[in-house]
Design a protein around this ligand. Structure first.
Ligand code: CP
Ligand code: NVA
Length: 338
């Protein structure tokens, strides 16, 4: 553990998580500490009632497996109840404004997990509902994913500070930007290997760089994936076409094909033989031709041998979505600190 004294996560009571900028560096680490505790409890077969009689709306504009299931199972584990509402099933955006729907939710629910396109929507929901809102992915950020990513890295290496993370692929997407912020807050060295056309905005990069440098870490943007992965303890990638970007598929594939994570790229870390490097992916991943979408796309961001390798931690990472989302909800609306 990186902090001398564990912070009790009661600091998060009543708060939203719209992006990682909502958390101080210490608060982010404290939520991951709490997720570690919850994981241990569940492993030992112990369940709490931290979310007893708490009703959470899952308002989803986009498809989800992990975020949806993690939220629902976390609520059940702690005695609460999740209510899945696809935005197409309710009046939102058609007969009712965000502000009106949010105010109704605020009268009925204790919290909202939102997944959708615009960051402005999750912000409006928080503003109008008056209850905690957690960002379960927007086009701009995926903060609960980044918490699970750091939890997985720390489980593997026993620490975060000073480790090297190389993200390879669409460097400006939600997952890359939240991971960059998370690594910066934890004092890690983050290299983003991406075509310059897909790099995050200068404002987002310089803000992350300032946070990293304050913590003894660094942020670099690099077009060459081989240079970026040298010395990397973590090689991370995500899909090349995110939800909502389907119209740009041809251009994206043209730019991103040289960024595939394969065995040779993992070797280029120089750390494979010494077991000091792992592969991560937020999932869903294109790693073989066994899905309709990957056959249609004809392109994989990671080869099957890397995905299925012993150094791939992608399913630990997926499981950790549960523990981190549980920590966020319990710390925000739970009874544990009353
Ligand atoms: N990683 C992630 O957010 O997965 P889902 O899209 O399945 O929720
Ligand atoms: N970048 C991907 C992440 C999916 C979890 C997307 O937004 O589709």
């Amino acid at each position: 553990m990186e902090m001398d004294v564990r912070m009790k996560p009661d600091f998060f009571k009543g708060r939203s998580l719209l992006s990682l900028l909502d958390l101080t560096d210490a608060e982010m680490l404290a939520l991951i500490d709490f997720a570690d505790e919850l994981k241990q409890e569940k492993r030992q077969g112990r369940f709490g009632d931290r979310l007893l009689r708490r009703n959470v709306a899952l308002l989803f504009e986009k498809a989800s497996t992990r975020t949806r299931c993690a939220t629902l199972t976390a609520l059940t584990d702690e005695g609460g109840m999740g209510h899945y509402l696809a935005s197409s099933d309710i009046h939102l955006g058609k007969k009712e404004t965000i502000a009106d729907t949010a105010r109704v939710f605020g009268r009925m629910f204790d919290g909202i997990m939102f997944r959708g396109s615009a960051q402005a929507t999750v912000e409006a929901l928080a503003f109008w509902s008056g209850i905690p809102v957690w960002n379960g992915l927007t086009a701009e950020s995926h903060p609960t994913q980044a918490l699970a990513d750091l939890m997985t890295i720390r489980e593997t290496f026993g620490r975060l500070k000073g480790l090297r993370v190389a993200y390879v692929g669409d460097g400006g997407n939600n997952v890359a930007c939240s991971l960059m912020r998370a690594c910066a807050k934890a004092g890690m060295h983050f290299a983003n290997a991406t075509p310059f056309e897909m790099a995050p905005s200068e404002a987002v990069v310089s803000q992350a760089r300032a946070m990293a440098e304050a913590n003894g870490g660094s942020v670099t943007i690099e077009a060459d994936p081989r240079a970026a992965v040298r010395g990397a303890n973590v090689v991370y990638t995500d899909v090349w076409v995110s939800m909502g970007q389907e119209a740009e598929t041809a251009r994206r594939l043209r730019l991103l094909r040289p960024y595939q994570v394969d065995g040779a790229l993992m070797e280029a870390t120089g750390l494979l033989a010494s077991n000091e490097t792992i592969f991560l992916h937020c999932l869903p991943a294109f790693h073989n031709a066994d899905t309709e979408a990957s056959r249609e796309l004809g392109a994989l961001e990671v080869t099957d041998d890397v995905f299925e390798s012993g150094f791939s931690r992608v399913f630990d990472q997926a499981e950790n979505r549960l523990h981190t989302i549980k920590a966020v909800m319990a710390a925000s609306i739970g009874r544990c600190f009353a």
